[in-house]
Design a protein around this ligand. Structure first.
Ligand code: PXG
Length: 400
């Protein structure tokens, strides 16, 4: 433990504050530390591990493709990219998809598409396009994305930022309607805010936003990098409201927990603004990424992971809501995506996570003094029970 911590401390940047555990092995919903101690992974790498760690079919897709053909760049076609894009479009009801690697790159792609669409199709005057985002958003860490964050730490010291973004309160469709102007290109929103503290908006919010956007010819772009691919008990969180967005972002679990794979998907008339040379990425859609992304989608379907998430998630939320403790302010979520908010006067969510670690459960706190449970969608009831009981034990041990 100390050696690895010391190496990271000495040679790494100090941009993370990891919990003091060195993980060496992972399988399914479990991870092991260097001493052979087993933990339940209730973080699932912030929803990147939905299929379970090292899913055999995904490992086979990765290694099989690595043995056949590696990166070739987008200067040439591959036999892997087309089928991956087709699968992603058919599953999500979108018309086209542009592959990138990380979530932040997919978000940047959406912002570029929305701006170019605004000029080319909506005839917004040059350099005047605006994109509306939500307070409490989290869309990644690039300069542009950090610039429209409402979290001071994400912005402080990193300016100047690109203009053209405005914030509205999350969950308030009237505020969106009032903020739209003739130059508004798009509204970028997480259907459930993940890093903001697992914030579930009022029922009907997204559907109302979709109507408002449609009426004003504004693109509705849903960032489902965290909420997508079954996390909330539907394939997309937008499905809960019967909403088909104009633009959609997928990432994290799309890489099957193995490699970074992301997509910006959209209607054809939006994607068609891109011409050769406008945008791209060396590794975006490379054969290994496409092979793993394709298999991740197929496994999601064939193993019924979305339904599992709905079923096991309802069970997990029921059990969490049954925890009675004066310091629990709120339990919220959908599917296998839950946030347990604690009264900051009672204790810090970070301290709960540390105590959970000692009890064999891994997770991390997020904004609003909230502990998040977002395990792999393959989790079974006994592990949900163990995790919830560990939380109950931890709460019982600390005075409220
Ligand atoms: N959109 C949403 C909704 C996210 O939660 C991103 C975009 C960016 O994805 P990438 O792949 O660029 O990280 C996220 C990421 C971290 C961290 O360590 C990031 C996320 C969650 C927790 C930690 O920066 N979400």
């Amino acid at each position: 433990m100390t050696t690895y911590a010391a190496l990271e401390e000495k040679y790494g940047a100090r941009n993370y504050a990891p919990l003091p555990v060195v993980l060496v092995r992972a399988e399914g919903v479990h991870v092991w530390d260097a001493d052979g101690r087993r933990y339940i992974d209730m973080l699932g790498a912030y929803s990147a591990v939905s299929h379970g760690h090292r899913h055999p079919r995904l490992v086979a897709a990765l290694t099989g493709q690595a043995r056949r053909m590696d990166v070739i760049s987008r200067a040439f076609l591959s036999d892997r990219l087309g089928p991956f894009l087709e699968k992603a479009c058919l599953m999500t009801g979108m018309q086209r998809a542009l592959p990138m690697n990380t979530g932040a790159e997919a978000v940047e792609t959406a912002l570029k598409a929305a701006r170019k669409w605004a000029y080319a199709v909506k005839h917004v005057p040059a350099d005047a396009a605006e994109i509306i985002v939500c307070e409490g958003n989290f869309h990644g860490r690039t300069i542009a994305i950090s610039g429209f964050s409402s979290c001071a730490q994400y912005r402080n010291g990193f300016g100047p930022f690109p203009p053209g973004f405005r914030q509205v309160p999350f969950g308030d469709a009237h505020a969106l309607a009032a903020a739209i102007r003739p130059n508004t290109a798009a509204f970028l929103v997480e259907p459930i805010q993940g890093e903001g503290g697992v914030i579930v908006p009022p029922d009907g919010y997204l559907a109302r936003c979709a109507e408002i956007c449609r009426a004003s010819n504004v693109l509705l772009i849903c960032d489902e990098i965290q909420t997508g691919l079954g996390r909330t008990g539907r394939l997309l969180a937008a499905d809960h409201e019967g909403v088909r967005p104009d633009g959609l972002l997928l990432g994290k679990a799309l890489g099957g927990g193995l490699i970074p794979v992301s997509l910006f998907l959209s209607r054809s008339d939006v994607m068609d603004v891109f011409t050769p040379g406008d945008h791209g990425s060396t590794f975006g859609g490379y054969p290994i990424g496409a092979a793993v992304g394709y298999e991740a989608l197929v496994v999601l379907e064939e193993e019924g992971l979305v339904d599992r998430s709905a079923r096991q998630g309802a069970y997990m939320l029921d059990r969490l809501r049954a925890l009675r403790h004066p310091a629990i302010v709120d339990v919220r979520g959908k599917g296998l995506f839950a946030g347990i908010e604690f009264d900051p006067k009672a204790f810090k969510a970070a301290d709960i996570c540390y105590a959970l670690l000692k009890n064999g459960v891994l997770t991390k706190d997020t904004l609003r003094n909230t502990v998040r449970f977002a395990p792999p969608l393959t989790i079974e009831r006994p592990d949900i029970d163990r995790a919830v009981e560990a939380l109950a034990d931890v709460l019982a041990a600390v005075p409220a």
